[in-house]
Design a protein around this ligand. Sequence first.
Ligand SMILES: Cc1cc2nc3c(=O)[nH]c(=O)nc-3n(C[C@H](O)[C@H](O)[C@H](O)COP(=O)(O)OP(=O)(O)OC[C@H]3O[C@@H](n4cnc5c(N)ncnc54)[C@H](O)[C@@H]3O)c2cc1C
Length: 405
Amino acid sequence: MVDKSYDIAIIGGGIIGLATAMELSESYPDKKIVVLEKESGVAKHQTGHNSGVIHAGIYYAPGSQKANFCSTGGKLLREFCDKHGIEYDMCGKLIVASDENEIPGLEELYRRGTENGAEGLRIVEKDEMHEIEPHVAGVKAIFSPNTGIIDYQKVSIAYAAELSENGGDLLTNCELRSISKKDDDIYMETNLGTIKTTFLINCAGLQADKVAKLMGVETGIRIVPFRGEYFSIIPERSDLVNGLIYPVPNPNLPFLGVHFTKRMNGSVEAGPNAVFALAREGYKKTSFNIKDTLGTLSFLGFWRMSAKYWKVGVNEQYRSLVKGVFVKSLQKLVPDVTSKDLAEPGAGVRAQAINKKGELLQDFSIVETDNAIHVLSAPSPGATSSLTISKYLADMANKSFSLAK
Ligand SMILES: Cc1cc2nc3c(=O)[nH]c(=O)nc-3n(C[C@H](O)[C@H](O)[C@H](O)COP(=O)(O)OP(=O)(O)OC[C@H]3O[C@@H](n4cnc5c(N)ncnc54)[C@H](O)[C@@H]3O)c2cc1C
């Protein structure tokens, strides 16, 4: 029995699914739009466990979708927040070269950031570095005044409210379990019954490859979960950090290296690392999901990736298990931090897309199929760029689904 019928169904109530639903509901008010979210509320996975940074667009290869999305994403996000009374803090960020060997990498970042249009970037020498962050160590840094912090859960709730105001539906506690197609319609079997839609947009984050598979789409990509573990700095020591302090990252990896992040509630987080996780939605070291683990281990691309990066993987696991090693990485940036300053470990899980060759996808991956669009990979700066990604997806949907007819 068909309980409900829609023109467009979006799978996933994370920041990208909600932004896309909001955009479509504004641009196509005559279309019936629904978001299906399996959790009891929005932004319960990557969006609600991320670092809360409004990125300025420094790291990304010029011309990549990351660079293009981020170049206007932060500005649109701030405009939205100004209009909806959501607080953010443009506290600025230092990317620090710890020694002379890291200066070429730092200069390359400066070149990329400038080409990507990141505003106000400048190279700062030691004196200015210490004026900005008195406790930082290093030989040179990039200062990005256009980097800030925000609570992306609040942003997601505001997107959901706009969707509802525009007449769209958000169904929480609604898990998509299987899909069948009949004529031009898609029938989605959920725990709340069958829901019919003409078009589908898959924004399922950590589950995006599985949702694509439910539609019979073989993407050649597998989501491999990487847990990013961090510690909070105890409140008495949070004055060690004023804003955001990052290292020069390894350009071959899609991770930024352990860093210090000020949060909107005034706390400071240190981390995250990146360790292979045994559950896509498991936030503890002990989290284990047999299906997720077997799914990863049976994918040839995972073994090819492991052969390439096993050394990095072993180091990250070691840093995860031994707090002293984690602290040492942090001391490279802020020598005064000690193990006693770290409390309350937490974690986020990153949906890292890997292809059959074992390559870690660094950029967004969005594919169109009959009646559907699949966002297979939406890495950082996905939250910063949610309003540019949503416009991109709405344009794609308009062309692909002929919405304007
Ligand atoms: C540790 C970490 C730190 C990050 N830091 C930043 C940062 O500082 N700044 C930044 O811009 N970006 C950051 N990112 C990236 C950013 O968080 C992501 O790009 C963004 O959250 C992706 O949003 P999403 O909606 O695609 O996925 P998600 O937020 O994961 O949402 C997907 C949703 O789909 C739902 N779902 C899945 N399967 C089903 C199903 N079958 N039925 C119904 N619902 C389903 C899930 O429950 C989930 O709510 C970070 C990411 C991580 C992991």
